[in-house]
Design a protein. Structure first.
Length: 247
């Protein structure tokens, strides 16, 4: 779950809903490579493994705050991410390779492009993390050869996937309505009121471009694990309509 403090409430976006927005960005992206269909599958399904964990979402016992995605315990994260990589690979082998690169990259600060990225409990499970990263990285070349992908293309598509992911995270984690600006890899986000945002440089085919995000708004309170799960899973999602335009 992706959790933002919204004053008296928590805004919560499920990982799979976040990934749907990532895929929408991929479909509208102007600069694409020859295997963009597979990249779009990877964007849409890169967090599929989270769907299992989110059937029983956890809270922080001391505060009642829904557990944010960076705070999940690493053994669980590695287990469901492996399952997600395998499932995506069954649909599209190149998309599976990109999700494998994404999974390993989470523990490599997106291969140096986001130095501040760090899972809270990664250091406590260093041996497990190292084994997972080595397992995924050790298969990159063979998997790329099996689908006929050169290194230059797979790394270019990997970096595109990171942009779609991080663009989506901006809308999940930022107070856009409150005017919170953002910057992702040199792209500047300037809120214009409501859920309208100007981007510079502008990466999409059309301007303005409409998108939507599903979220759930949970009142803050003295939640127990059981009461939070019961209430949260019964909440209807809200669909937020976004408009991105050229600055």
């Amino acid at each position: 779950m992706i959790v933002r403090d919204a004053g008296t409430d928590w805004q919560v976006v499920l990982q799979t809903d976040h990934a749907d927005l990532s895929a929408a960005f991929a479909r509208q992206w102007a600069d694409t490579g020859p295997r963009h269909d597979s990249l779009t599958v990877a964007a849409e399904r890169h967090d599929d493994g989270w769907a299992v964990w989110e059937q029983a979402p956890l809270i922080e016992p001391e505060t009642g705050k829904p557990l944010n995605f960076l705070d999940v315990r690493v053994p669980a994260h590695l287990a469901f991410y492996r399952a997600g990589i395998a499932a995506v690979t069954d649909e599209d082998a190149y998309a599976g390779l990109l999700v494998s690169m994404h999974g390993a990259g989470i523990y490599r600060q997106r291969y140096g492009t986001q130095p501040e990225l760090h899972l809270t409990h990664a250091d406590e499970a260093k041996a497990l993390v190292d084994a997972f990263v080595a397992e995924q990285e050790g298969a990159f070349e063979a998997r790329a050869a099996a689908v006929g992908i050169e290194d230059e293309l797979r790394w270019a598509d990997y970096h595109r996937l990171q942009l779609y992911d991080r663009f989506s995270l901006y809308f999940c984690l930022s107070d856009v309505q409150g005017g919170q600006r953002g910057e992702v890899a040199g792209f500047r986000f300037e809120p214009l009121g409501g859920w309208r945002v100007a981007l510079d440089p502008y990466p999409f085919v059309e301007s303005p471009a409409p998108f939507s995000l599903l979220r759930r708004v949970v009142p803050k309170g003295p939640w127990t694990q059981q009461s939070f799960s019961e209430v949260f899973l019964a909440l209807p999602p809200q669909r937020v309509e976004l408009t991105l335009e050229r600055a």
